[in-house]
Ligand binder design. Sequence first.
Ligand SMILES: Cc1cc2nc3c(=O)[nH]c(=O)nc-3n(C[C@H](O)[C@H](O)[C@H](O)COP(=O)(O)O)c2cc1C
Length: 301
Amino acid sequence: MQASDIGIDKNLCNGCGACVTVCPARAFSIVAEKAELTGSCTFACDHCAATCPQQAITVSFTEEREPFEFASFAAEEAVESPSDTSLARLASVMRARRSCRVYQKRPVDREILEDLVKIGLTAPSGTNSQKWTFSIIESRPKMLAFGENIATYFGKMNRLAESGWLRKLLKLGGRPELDIYYREYYESIKQALSQWHEKGIDRLFHGAQAAILVGAQPGGSCPQEDALLASQNILLGAQAMGLGSCLIGFAVEALRRDKKIKMALKIPTSEKIYTVIALGWPAISFPRPAGRRKVPIRWIA
Ligand SMILES: Cc1cc2nc3c(=O)[nH]c(=O)nc-3n(C[C@H](O)[C@H](O)[C@H](O)COP(=O)(O)O)c2cc1C
């Protein structure tokens, strides 16, 4: 929950009641033909100010408000109404997004990375808690240092998994994870690690030049969902900018299991990282959209 202060300019208010209708906390009433705050604002959603046709309501957060101005492109001035949105354009960006695993050796400008975070911030968050965090790795050498720590983690995992008796013992104790890891990942990770160490081949980030790590501070009501929704916005934003992107689940797993990796990135250990989004200018294009399996839709009529 964010602390906020709601101001109502009674001279501007025409008593239309839009704020009364929109407020999820039912905090507004019309008193003597003017809006009045008669209840308490529970999560500072800002909808009252956003909907007021008279601009009579202001919500000032005690925290600083993020200005939605973008540095790397000119956003349209007006907030689009649904009928103005080109669904064809939106759907084509969604359909064209693919995981990129071939990148140019060209850095991604800082302002582009910052704009992607702002695009991420337009996502919804449970009870508007906005407890998400965004950590940007902005250069290839830093990506390599991050990758080195992840390689160390998976090297340790592979050494553990090599022990048949340990796998068996853990499995007997009701912890089959190491056995599953051995069967599903051990061989391919062994190969990827030897390519990383001996030939400098990057099968982790695929040569991406930058990454955005989306996480959450403790205290949000739905931290994982919030981070994932922001991440999807970032993926689509990157696609619309012509950038390639790829979620790196292996990096998330390593960050989750080994605090030292987080510490090396100066990310507080209390923060949980939910996605690592590798980014860079693509060196490949996908003229055809993704093939997806047919999904049965369950109609509940
Ligand atoms: C949670 C998650 C983790 C992923 N982790 C990796 C990864 O570690 N390495 C990788 O190359 N791709 C990773 N991917 C990308 C998927 O393989 C990819 O999204 C999937 O094959 C569909 O392809 P598309 O993204 O091109 O449509 C991940 C995707 C998701 C959603």
